[in-house]
Design a protein around this ligand. Structure first.
Ligand code: WQD
Length: 338
């Protein structure tokens, strides 16, 4: 079975391609290389022994999307990662985010809904919940007004897919709402490669430790949490890749209960920023240079997943600990800089 992975050269996409190939799927990747490198193709082949098919394509080009699907009539499923992903960038440039995250989804849906049968996995995010009233957070928690256009594009994206599935019974879809993906493949052949200054915590930690960044700034030490720093649910990116493969198999094997479903993909455990830092110091054996400064606008105090639905219904469970994920992130950083 051939599976299309859009944005498959990215951080989560590449780890998902590895898990799909490990399960015997044939994979074709499309990516516009705006936030990824073509070298990831060979890196994936080094891990799995199979180089995925690849076509450089920008999903904003409607005709190119249509031509792609005319050419590839043997696609059984799509995992859709391709999107702009930075919260603060989305605040500064909302139209870029609505064009790149919404228009592209509509062009993709027009193609897949026209197929006799199609299974689709959508890369959604825990940002759709905003600051939850209750923790851990379940899929039934109310979706709140997004703090930024990025999160709004995920909310709107889920609604567009749900509405499309209602009128196209041949289309089955699952939205995976993930929490904070971190770490890298154990071979250190693929990992998180932020372009420029990292937005996210873990690459900033490893770049500080290796000497690229002077000091990690911890955004806020006065939150109502165990140690005053924000709580997040940090999930190993390999566990996350496996979740995508498991969700796709659920649809291909007709195990879904309805033709649109949603699952939280997290570990179910919350960790504060300081706990992440001490995990890093433990696995790396070195002290990290950091300073607690003012809060970052838009950050929620705490969020972590209730994973019962994914564990019991999807049959997926995160396996890696925070220490294992931090160790893999550190190994990746050292490999990239070697
Ligand atoms: C984590 C914590 C920061 C950097 C993002 C996206 C979200 C999802 C997951 C895709 C926060 C603190 C960070 C730094 C810090 N992505 N921090 N110093 O914002 O929880 O979620 O990734 O679906 O949509 O928004 O991740 O890694 O930026 O921050 O103190 O230099 O680390 O304040 O508490 P975030 P993050």
């Amino acid at each position: 079975m051939k599976i299309l992975v859009t944005g498959g050269l990215g951080f989560i996409g590449s780890h998902t391609v590895v898990e799909l190939q490990n399960k015997g799927f044939e994979v074709i990747i499309i990516d516009n290389l705006s936030n990824s490198s073509i070298d990831v193709l060979d890196a994936i082949a080094k891990i799995t022994g199979k180089k995925p098919e690849f076509e450089k394509l920008d999903l904003r080009e409607k005709e190119a999307v249509s031509a792609f699907f005319k050419k590839h009539t043997d696609i059984a499923g799509v995992i859709h990662f391709a999107a702009s992903i930075f919260v603060n960038e989305s605040v500064e440039n909302p139209l870029l985010y609505y064009e790149n995250n919404i228009n592209t989804l509509i062009y993709l849906l027009k193609e897949v809904s026209a197929r006799k049968e199609m299974s689709m996995i959508f890369s959604s995010s825990c940002t759709v919940y905003g600051q939850a009233d209750e923790l851990p957070i379940t899929e039934e928690a109310p979706v709140k007004k997004a703090e930024a256009p990025y999160g709004n594009t995920k909310q709107i994206g889920e609604e567009i897919i749900e509405d499309t599935c209602k009128v196209y019974p041949n289309l089955k879809a699952i939205s995976l709402r993930y929490f904070n993906p971190i770490g890298a493949h154990e071979t250190a052949n693929i990992g998180e490669t932020p372009q420029g200054k990292p937005h996210h915590l873990v690459p900033y930690i490893t770049q500080t430790a290796i000497g690229i960044r002077e000091q990690l700034l911890v955004f806020g030490g006065d939150y109502d949490t165990a140690d005053g720093t924000c709580v997040r649910d940090y999930i190993h990116v390999v566990d996350l890749g496996k979740a995508h493969a498991t969700a796709l198999e659920r649809l291909l094997n007709n195990k879904n209960k309805s033709n649109y479903e949603v699952f939280n993909i997290g570990t179910g455990k919350g960790s504060t920023v300081l706990e992440v830092i001490s995990s890093f110091e433990k696995v790396s054996g070195q002290k990290l240079n950091y300073k607690i400064v003012d809060r970052r606008p838009g950050d929620v105090t705490a969020i972590y997943a209730d994973t019962k639905k994914a564990n019991n219904e999807l049959g997926w469970q995160a396996k890696s600990t925070l220490d294992e994920a931090m160790d893999s992130a550190w190994k990746w950083e050292k490999k990239v800089r070697s």
